[in-house]
Design a protein around this ligand. Structure first.
Ligand SMILES: [Zn+2]
Length: 91
């Protein structure tokens, strides 16, 4: 079977330059002033060679927006699941 339309999502890892990244899950720590927000299970592309993860720009922007809000609300330390971050978005 041949695939005629192929989504070009392959991206070589820029850290180790040894492998193509594959879809996976990542965790990240966002810091805003006194606040530290850890977000787990973020859809990302992960390098199978060195483990470096690459989070989509729009995803990262969403998380930063959440971190900003929480910082203003006075939150100090929080751990979230990515789905939780999406649920708390206004609208
Ligand atoms: Zn790598």
């Amino acid at each position: 079977m041949e695939t005629w339309i192929q989504v070009q999502e392959e991206m070589k890892c820029v850290i180790c330059n040894q492998a193509e990244t594959v879809p996976g899950l990542a965790s990240t720590l966002l810091e805003r002033g006194q606040m530290a927000l850890t977000v787990n299970n973020i859809p990302a592309r992960v390098c199978p060679y060195c483990g470096e993860s690459y989070i989509d720009e729009t995803v990262a922007a969403t998380l930063l927006g959440q971190a900003e809000k929480m910082s203003r609300a006075g939150t100090k330390v929080e751990t979230w699941d990515y789905s939780q971050a999406l649920e708390s978005l206004p609208g």
